[in-house]
Design a protein around this ligand. Structure first.
Ligand SMILES: [Zn+2]
Ligand SMILES: [Zn+2]
Ligand SMILES: [Zn+2]
Length: 403
């Protein structure tokens, strides 16, 4: 197409898409596109409407505004040729525009007061650009990845403390809204659907209202036609679901009710974290030998495959240190914190890779068993683990947990 610039279409097919029936680029476009390097690709997904998406990645900062990030530039259309052409036209308009930024409106039409801005002439968006106003409860509106990270304002009176909200457009075009509140001490999940985002939120909120005003929950272990033994239950009156009952399964050592499993074995946390690393690995991998006996694979391992054995050792060692030392075997505190320890383990694994000089692409993959056994690696792990209890105490103190 334009011989002199660095525009690099991804495939031949896309190149032809941009040059239809003698379409030419204006001198202005030519000079504009010769100043930076970019690539355009077109994708197609029948489940979405419109189904064609043109995406342009720009490698050079182009918009006449210092705070604009180089996010991929996107346009959807029913026709692939028009998708690319519209994308190009909108892009040129945004580069040429003398912007005037105003508060962005979400898809319900509510103006955001968090400073997220949109140019009223060309539609260019900059997050957290204008001075922030009064606090609103907002959530990420996931419009099929097209307005990535864009926020919407909650219209209903959701509990503000620790109630995660999210919403967006599902495949097929229905709008959804999801909330993760705690109702009567039970962490739960509520989903509403509708023709608009506001309708979906209203549907979810009416479920929330019914569940939080239920006078006395009557729990059933049969959830969606399936008997659950782990304590997960549903209220027969209001439909509230969550870990409401004691597990029916018990620890193999002490008979304490627990749904915690190591491989195929039920073990309470105390008995899990009194195992040695080798004992733990042996129990944890016991189900692998029996795989052919028709046992269902856990949904997680079906999705992600089995965790690398060295990563599993890492996690066990970090959890064990945390449970026995930092949390003094306080199961509730430990459970509330557990997800953070995954990040700590990741950082620790990185430090170990550095210690033995693993760099570049290699460093992204995990250590293998030989590398794990390396004395330098073991010493890095031990140093970090000694500091873990103090580190957790510090973080909890900042969160006001040790007044
Ligand atoms: Zn503008
Ligand atoms: Zn109920
Ligand atoms: Zn036990």
């Amino acid at each position: 197409m334009i011989a002199s610039n660095q525009y690099k279409p991804v495939t031949r097919e896309e190149e032809s898409l941009c040059l239809q029936e003698g379409e030419t680029w204006s001198e202005h476009e030519k000079s504009l596109f010769s100043q930076f390097s970019c690539s355009i690709s077109v994708s197609h997904d029948n489940r979405l409407s419109p189904p064609y998406a043109a995406v342009m990645y720009v490698d050079t900062p182009v918009f006449n505004h210092p705070k604009t990030r180089n996010e991929p530039f996107r346009f959807r259309h029913d026709d692939p040729v028009l998708a690319v052409r519209s994308l190009k036209n909108q892009f040129v308009q945004q580069v040429d525009c003398k912007h005037h930024f105003i508060c962005r409106k979400d898809r319900n039409g509510t103006a955001l007061t968090n400073g997220d801005a949109t140019c009223e002439h060309c539609g260019l968006m900059i997050d957290q650009y204008l001075p922030a106003g009064k606090t609103q409860q907002t959530y990420v509106d996931n419009c099929l990845g097209f307005e990535e990270g864009r926020r919407a304002v909650a219209l209903q009176d959701w509990p503000t403390v620790e109630c995660h909200l999210q919403g967006g457009t599902a495949f097929g075009g229905k709008e959804f809204f999801e909330a993760f509140p705690v109702i009567h001490g039970i962490e739960t999940f509520i989903r509403g659907e509708g023709d608009s985002l506001a309708e979906a939120e209203e549907a979810a909120f009416s479920l929330y209202t019914a569940q939080s005003s239920c006078g006395s929950h009557t729990w059933s272990r049969t959830v969606k036609g399936k008997h659950r033994s782990d304590g997960y239950a549903v209220c027969e009156h209001c439909g509230l679901t969550g870990m409401a009952l004691e597990p029916l399964t018990t620890c193999q050592h002490c008979d304490e009710p627990t749904s915690n499993m190591v491989g195929n074995t039920f073990l309470c946390l105390t008995h899990t974290y009194s195992l040695s690393e080798d004992e733990y690995m042996k129990l944890s991998r016991a189900d692998e030998e029996k795989k052919d006996e028709g046992k269902d694979e856990s949904p997680l391992s079906a999705l992600f495959g089995r965790v690398n054995p060295v990563t599993e050792r890492f996690l066990f060692r970090v959890y064990k240190q945390a449970f026995n030392q930092a949390f003094k075997s306080d199961s509730d505190r430990f459970k509330a914190y557990k997800h953070r320890l995954i990040a700590f383990s990741g950082k620790l694994e990185e430090a170990c890779q550095k210690a033995i000089g693993k760099t570049g692409i290699d460093a992204l993959s995990s250590l293998n068993e030989d590398e794990y056994a390396n004395p330098a690696v073991q010493s890095v792990i031990n140093r970090h683990l000694i500091a873990l209890p103090a580190m957790i105490w510090d973080i909890e103190k900042k969160e006001g947990k040790h007044a």
